[in-house]
Design a protein around this ligand. Structure first.
Ligand SMILES: NC(=O)c1ccc[n+]([C@@H]2O[C@H](COP(=O)([O-])OP(=O)(O)OC[C@H]3O[C@@H](n4cnc5c(N)ncnc54)[C@H](O)[C@@H]3O)[C@@H](O)[C@H]2O)c1
Ligand SMILES: [Zn+2]
Length: 373
């Protein structure tokens, strides 16, 4: 019985499939499912003579090594390269080390890079794939919920400079995305819930029925029920794909809707300091603030923000602004503005879910009111 789902990403210059399955669901043939999906992808990429699998130290044993074993049944040479876990690995030193390791391993233009891990590994390995030998093919094998619903789709890859996240990078689409929702079984609760904030975001910005589905299926989703996870992940991939196809390189502005709640969220992350608050937690609070801002402008009906608060709370996500200095938060948002060389714009809902607009000229007082508390 095949229970995999496929989302096709059809861009003007390239296309690829995102395959979503749950290897642990069918106990008897779980390895077959994983093996057959992996081999199907690799067969579709022929000729693959050399595969470089990039992962981090936490994901290596449980996920990357079994993946390497499967790939060895199809590809003559497979090399596993490991970086330390965490955001700090998205740096030029790790990229440089990987380039050198690839050179030492005899990588050439036919080499395929596979990223097995969360968004950090995906962004870093994708950047290395985009730049080694002026670009080699690459596979995304995401293992966090955030990576499965967001970072592995859309082709943004890159690394950080010490004070600027994602400032060095490329648009480099994967040749395929292979998503095993069973990989999430080892993900810590807090990381899992953090990913759910981006899931809720898709509902608000693009798909009210999906938002309603999330509200009705909290228990199944919190339990990581395989069927619910396949539905959630594939729906999010489809929605992200729709945005990316409409605006691959951020020219038309459509892709900006994905930043709903993120102007606030980035300020919480900056002021809280690394590790104090996870990205998804910051996004959960940021969406509530953005929605409150829209509500105060009369852009959405009363109760609009409460609906989001209810779902986010049901997923055990925070929804109130932390006790951070308000002036510091404002300053952090202004800094974001400087980096963007533009006005402080907010992506806000208008009238109903699935309808978003870009609003500029928001005053500090309005922002302070939206922060609440
Ligand atoms: N390219 C894009 O479009 C895009 C979009 C959103 C976010 N991002 C980037 O993604 C990164 C965040 O991604 P993330 O949240 O996945 O963080 P992450 O990659 O750091 O993963 C979080 C933690 O979970 C561990 N982990 C991963 N999979 C696991 C599993 N199955 N079981 C147990 N532990 C596991 C990792 O080792 C890490 O410690 C940021 O750098 C962000 O900039 C990129
Ligand atoms: Zn985000």
């Amino acid at each position: 019985m095949s229970t995999h789902l496929t989302v096709h990403v059809g861009l003007a210059h390239t296309q690829y499939d995102i395959t979503i399955f749950s290897s642990a669901e069918s106990s008897e043939n779980s390895h077959d499912t994983q093996l057959s999906q992996t081999s199907r992808i690799l067969d579709g990429l022929q000729p693959v003579t050399h595969l470089v699998v990039i992962t981090d130290e936490i994901v290596a044993t449980a996920h990357a090594e079994p993946f390497v074993d499967k790939c060895r049944q199809h590809v003559g040479r497979v090399d596993l390269m490991t970086v330390p876990a965490g955001e700090a690995s998205k740096c030029i030193e790790q990229a440089s080390r990987l380039w050198q390791q690839m050179l030492d391993a005899g990588a050439d233009r036919k080499t395929v890079v596979a990223a097995v891990g969360g968004g950090v590994v995906g962004d870093l390995a994708g950047f290395v794939a985009a730049t080694y030998g002026r670009g080699v093919r690459f596979l995304q094998v995401p293992t966090t919920l955030l990576a499965q619903v967001d970072s592995s789709v859309g082709g943004k890859v890159g690394i950080n400079l010490p004070h600027a996240k994602n400032i060095i990078g490329a648009f480099w689409q994967p040749a395929a995305v292979l998503i095993d929702t069973s990989a999430l079984s080892t993900l810590p609760d807090r990381e899992y819930r953090s990913g759910l904030a981006e899931v809720v975001k898709y509902g608000v910005i693009m798909d009210e029925p999906f938002f309603e589905y999330l509200s009705r299926n909290v228990t199944e989703i919190m339990d990581r029920d395989p069927q619910s996870l396949r539905h959630v992940v594939s729906r999010c991939c489809q929605l992200k794909s729709d945005v990316v196809v409409a605006d691959e390189t951020e020219v038309t502005g459509r892709r900006a809707i994905l930043n709903y709640g993120h102007t606030f969220a980035h300020a919480f992350e900056a002021v809280g300091g690394y590790g104090a608050i996870l990205h998804g937690e910051a996004v959960a609070i940021g969406m509530v603030c953005a929605s409150r801002l829209a509500e105060s402008q009369g852009m959405v009906p009363g109760g609009f923000t409460d609906r989001q608060i209810n779902v986010l709370n049901a997923f055990d996500l925070p929804t109130t602004t932390p006790d951070y200095d308000r002036q510091q938060l404002l300053a952090a948002m202004q800094l974001d503005k400087k980096v963007a060389h533009g006005k402080l714009n907010f992506i806000l809902p208008k009238q109903e879910m699935g309808s978003m607009v870009l609003v500029g000229e928001i005053t500090d007082d309005q922002i302070l009111a939206a922060l609440g508390g």
